[in-house]
Design a protein around this ligand. Sequence first.
Ligand code: T46
Length: 138
Amino acid sequence: MKIVTFDFEEHGDERGILISLEENHNIPFNIRRCYFMYNTQPGVSRGFHAHKTLRQVLICVKGSCRVLLDDGEEKQLVTLDRPNKGLYIASDTWRVMQDFSEDAVLMVLADQLYDESDYIRDYDAFLRHIGKKPERDA
Ligand code: T46
């Protein structure tokens, strides 16, 4: 699986650092929604779903977390621990966000509005959706 990450340009001066995110520039789609999660409780993992069409970029703007990506062939764990790093997640990718630091703020930019019908929340259904046989069907 090819993991796509971005190193956003930092505009730094004696006052500090500023990062600008622009659709179809350093974010590879039209940004239609932004959401973020924080105060994630110790030991909590989130996600456990794939999207049929949604594309997103995840940025841990404070603290750190790890994201497990699974395309049905292989799994990879990506660490997000700096605000200038973005992780692109294509559709048809199972994701789990985990190992949140106490201070983590995970921001997500998405190319579509919230639509529950775009979620695949069952792992076997995800495998079938991408044309793979769940083990229990084998
Ligand atoms: C994803 C990962 C990275 C809304 O009302 N609007 C929204 O835009 C979103 C994202 C969520 N919600 C509601 C739906 C649930 O009642 O917020 C609640 C928590 O959502 P969910 O359990 O889906 O959150 P995560 O952290 O498991 O997943 C989220 C996104 O939903 C998902 O698209 O890829 O972050």
